[in-house]
Write a protein that binds this ligand. Structure first.
Ligand code: XMP
Length: 509
């Protein structure tokens, strides 16, 4: 089994970020609920534990706790923020409320030969976000770092390999944060850095070969990063992979052709490409309500896939591009439904198969991309910006027609082309055009026009959960606007959406 670190979730907002940083340090980790800690220790034999922050206060009734014996098992522990207070409180120290310490602070290391702070410059900037302080250290512990207002910014019992930091080493604002995390992983836990994407390809291909061999495997290919990487990985191992690509007619300009070119022609996969655009558009005719559109597309997608899968016949395995955040999401928390996201979740019900294969189940999105490069997929597939399952249907506001889709495709293409030409694609997380259902008066030549308004949306984000509108330079916006009204018939006005999420969402529907 790979060396594993358990990142133990106490409800902190940076919990996934901690796990990603550990992975970036080439150490495999899993993010687990504190309630599962004991069973996961038995299952994975971890080389170390990282306790995340969390909103609770250790002294509160009902605050998440752990049994003290966990800290005496000889497994190295790094507690961050709440995790640090938890170690102190659990081992007989005391914590209590103090003034809020938030944002950048100056960290002063007091134990110069601490394994945690090896090679860390002092003073340095760290990021704090707490009101609870360590008032009394547990027996055997010493203060290893302070800030101006925090007398115990870090503590340790090096003999027992127990470390705690009040600041957040995982966030970028903590200058030496990544070094501190690596010190814990390599200097304290004895990690050997075996988690790499080339190693992952090698291991997974060998596992898939052993498990699947030449049995029949089916995969739904959407052209998105996850399904593309999942299919390519399985293709490396299994000669009998069949991919089905359902073109619902709601893709961007040139996209359907590209999927066929890359996967059938370049990668040499067995690819069934189904042009179901007429079927989807017929079903969507006259439907303007966003949730209804999403529902129709989700259901129709499953029906088409079901029919195609029937033609393939019974298969042994069905590939799904599930990634680690989906796994975490279903295991750790439940959030309110804002939109019913369309994905391939319903497929297992309609395919005659024996077992699911989820080769990306352990990976974060950035790891999936690195894996894509490792598999030599083209950059435009690997770095493809997120694209919603219902496609352009939720970017044509109101009812959908072929004409409206054509207008949107052309406008969106110009937007994408200019963003790339101006070297901005790396800076903007997602950008696309929306065809509003508003028509306004304009003048072209000496003629009155009464045509559509196109809205441009560009956002910066980390994971799509929150987003800010991208500050695209005005001169670039001007070029895009000029080109759209000149080159795309039936558009006489272009607007730029300057709303963040929340309160808006990224897509308009
Ligand atoms: P919203 O509009 O909810 O979008 O702020 C957040 C991110 O999710 C994408 N999105 C979807 N992705 N199926 C998907 O696979 C969907 O139905 C769907 N709806 C929105 C959206 O493009 C953005 O990246």
């Amino acid at each position: 089994m790979a060396q594993t670190v358990l990142v133990v979730d106490f409800g902190g907002q940076y919990n996934q970020l901690i796990a990603r940083r550990v992975r970036e340090a080439n150490v495999y980790c899993e993010l687990i609920s504190f309630q599962k800690l004991r069973e996961k220790i038995a299952e994975t034999q971890p080389i170390g534990l990282v306790f995340t922050g969390g909103p609770a206060s250790f002294n509160d009734e009902g605050a998440p706790r752990i049994d003290a014996d966990i800290l005496n098992m000889g497994i190295p522990v790094l507690g961050i923020c709440y995790g640090c207070q938890l170690i102190a409180g659990t081992l007989g120290g005391a914590v209590g409320e103090g003034p809020r310490e938030y944002g950048k602070c100056t960290l002063d290391v007091k134990i110069k030969d601490s394994a945690l702070f090896k090679g860390v410059k002092s003073p340095s900037t760290c990021w704090m976000s707490h009101t609870i302080y360590i008032e009394k250290l547990p027996q055997g512990f010493a203060t290893s770092a302070v800030t101006d207002s925090c007398p115990v910014a870090a503590m340790e019992d090096a003999r027992k390999k127990l470390y705690g930091v009040q600041f957040h080493p995982e966030v970028m604002h903590t200058e030496e944060g990544f070094k501190i995390l690596k010190n814990f992983l390599y200097g304290v836990c004895g990690a050997t850095g075996e988690w790499t994407m080339s190693g992952y390809v090698e291991r997974t291909v060998a596992e898939l070969k052993a498990k699947i061999g030449d049995k029949k495997v089916l995969c739904a290919l959407s052209g998105g990063v996850d399904s593309a990487v999942a299919a390519t990985l399985v293709h490396r191992a299994c000669p009998n992979l069949i991919c089905i690509f359902v073109d619902h007619g709601l893709l961007r300009k040139g996209e359907a052709e590209e999927v066929v070119r890359v996967f059938r022609d370049e990668q040499g996969m067995k690819l069934v490409a189904v042009d179901a655009s007429k079927r989807f558009l017929d079903k969507l005719a006259g439907v303007a309500e966003p949730e209804k559109k999403r529902k129709i597309i989700g259901e129709e997608f499953i029906r088409v896939f079901e029919e195609e899968a029937k033609k393939v016949g019974a298969v042994d395995y069905l590939v799904q591009g599930t990634i680690y955040p989906d796994v975490i999401e279903s295991g750790l928390n439940h959030s309110a439904k804002i939109k019913s996201h369309h994905n391939v979740g319903g497929l297992p019900d309609v395919v005659d198969f024996k077992e699911l294969v989820e080769p990306l189940r352990l990976l974060f999105k950035d790891e999936v991309r690195r894996l894509g490069f490792e598999l030599e997929l083209p950059e435009h597939i690997v770095m493809r910006q997120p694209f919603p399952g219902p496609g352009l249907a939720i970017r044509v506001i109101g009812d959908i027609t072929n004409d409206k889709l054509s207008i949107l495709r052309e406008a969106d293409y110009i937007f994408r082309e200019e963003i790339a030409k101006n070297g901005l694609s790396g800076e903007i997380w997602q950008y696309f055009a929306v065809l509003t259902d508003m028509r306004t008066v304009g003048v072209m030549g000496d003629e009155r026009t009464y045509d559509y308004t196109v809205a441009l949306r560009g956002v910066t984000s980390v994971d799509g959960m929150t987003a800010d509108w991208a500050r695209i330079p005005f001169d670039v916006l001007q070029i895009i606007s000029g080109r759209i009204v000149n080159e795309v018939k039936h558009v006489n006005r272009v607007v730029y959406d300057i709303t963040s999420k929340p309160p808006a969402t990224i897509e308009w529907e």
